[in-house]
Design a protein. Sequence first.
Length: 228
Amino acid sequence: MAVVIMLLWNTFLMKPLKIFLVFLHETGHAFISFITGYGITNLNINLNESGFTTVATGGRFAGLLIVMGGYLGSLFFAALILILRKTSLKKFIPGIAAITYLMAAAAFQGMSFALSYAVIFVIAVFIIYMLNRERLTDLAVEIIGISGLVYVIYDTLVNTLLVEINAWTGIISGWSRPGNISDAYRMGEMTGVPVFIWGLVCLLISLFVARALLREKKRIWGRKSKRA
């Protein structure tokens, strides 16, 4: 499923879901900003699937934590969704996600563009609930969770590491850093640590989370096969 999602990543089919994933990413920034005691003034999501969170910070360390919160938040929400899929709470996940997404899009001026996509997301969830098929709900939850993992892997691998490698080697002419740079670039600017290192660290963390979830799923499959 992760491979299929990545192959379809830049197609129009993924657009509504990717806008939602950007929302989760920015929510990660916002969550850390509240933990550090600063809060936010706005969430912004753009047509090109980029976004930023407006935060008033007073220290470099807190600012670094908030920037890191985007990737870590995406991984946390993705893992939480996939873990809850194995519980009785799984049927509530699409509804909670849709309502939260719609409320945020309506509340923050910077998310006014995403409001139409939030409505599409809500309609899709409503249809899933109307059909009332457990397997369909499972599939929707899996797609959301796995897409959250793919979001971080793709951003760190393609938009950071491969872009940096191409900048050094010039293998592909005309391919340069995206206009809306990834969080790894922000972390590099704030710390002086090379962007490549930050991108590699974030990629390894995301792969570790993905592997841990996959091993857990295999363990559950093993128990089921033994019972059978």
